[in-house]
Design a protein around this ligand. Sequence first.
Ligand SMILES: Nc1ncnc2c1ncn2[C@@H]1O[C@H](COP(=O)(O)OP(=O)(O)OP(=O)(O)O)[C@@H](O)[C@H]1O
Ligand SMILES: [Mg+2]
Length: 219
Amino acid sequence: MKLLYKIEGLSFSYSSDKEIFQNTFLKLDFETITLLSGKNGSGKTTLCRLLSGLEKKFQGCILLENKNLSKIPVNIIANKVVYLKQESLANVVAANPDEDLAIWQHKFRLNNNTFEKRRANALEYFNIYNFKDKPIWELSSGQIKRIGLSALLLNDEKYWILDEPFGSLDDKSVELLLHILDTRKKRMKGCLLITHQFQECKSITDRCLQIENKNIIEK
Ligand SMILES: Nc1ncnc2c1ncn2[C@@H]1O[C@H](COP(=O)(O)OP(=O)(O)OP(=O)(O)O)[C@@H](O)[C@H]1O
Ligand SMILES: [Mg+2]
């Protein structure tokens, strides 16, 4: 097993009156597909933000590949881990789908001789290619979600943190994403998958966690 994250004695709150995590411990392996659930407001998105280095003011320790996460610059974390946010629009950085993926390719130096082809393949996989030049503001919520998912395909060597990736997706897109996750499972590429869709994800899940009473427990 390839240990990716180790959390020790994590406590976190946004404000003094409500603690989200209290003395929490957790290990996440790179190769494992870990499903995380919990009630609305229990702290699932907060955990994603902590693991991605977006929330700095926590107590305890978060190690990424045995190094103190709070000392690693966010761009270096992003070279190892990709975080798909819960809100579709929060994952989009450009005015149209094609430009968006081009920016990710540039940002993560994913450019090579085949970069246009790779981009086209990623857009095609989630059926966005036909409107790749359409302004984002003319797309539906599910279509925008699929832009973020296409960008993930360019980052398939990294660990994925997926915050409710099935939200807004139609059945066909759910099926496509499950197929990707199944392929990754076989390639020993893991992810932290936040979802309430236990049944659909049963066959691709290696481990189930739940946030309960400010702690993360095995389910
Ligand atoms: N930026 C913020 N500032 C203050 N409080 C916040 C902030 N973000 C989230 N919270 C609060 O922290 C708690 C955990 O929120 P979080 O978004 O992590 O929950 P969640 O488990 O992802 O919920 P959901 O299932 O609705 O997505 C909630 O009570 C929320 O109101
Ligand atoms: Mg959330």
